[in-house]
Design a binder for this molecule. Sequence first.
Ligand code: FES
Length: 103
Amino acid sequence: MSAWHDIGTAEDFNEDEPVAVIAGGQPVAVFRLGEELFALRDLCTHGNARLSDGYIEDGCIECPLHQGMFDIKSGAPRCAPVTEAVRSFPVRVVAGRVEVEVS
Ligand code: FES
């Protein structure tokens, strides 16, 4: 079963760095690209590293451990050594509150 979880206000998220939240018991990294917000599971698919500790570059998040990169919008792998997509979660803003859908 999926559900929307409140994770704050739009102003809580900026373009400079990801924000780590817990939604539905899962670690989630939240990103802002322009006016849009995106959420990925906050765990690299290559090893035990949090993407929220990584660096944002050209719409991608660079893993802090081995510098693999994922597309922030889709979670798709973009640069070795990562080969497996990281899960992405839908994000919406309702009455000024940011919600992420986690199942
Ligand atoms: Fe993320 Fe290796 S743990 S690239």
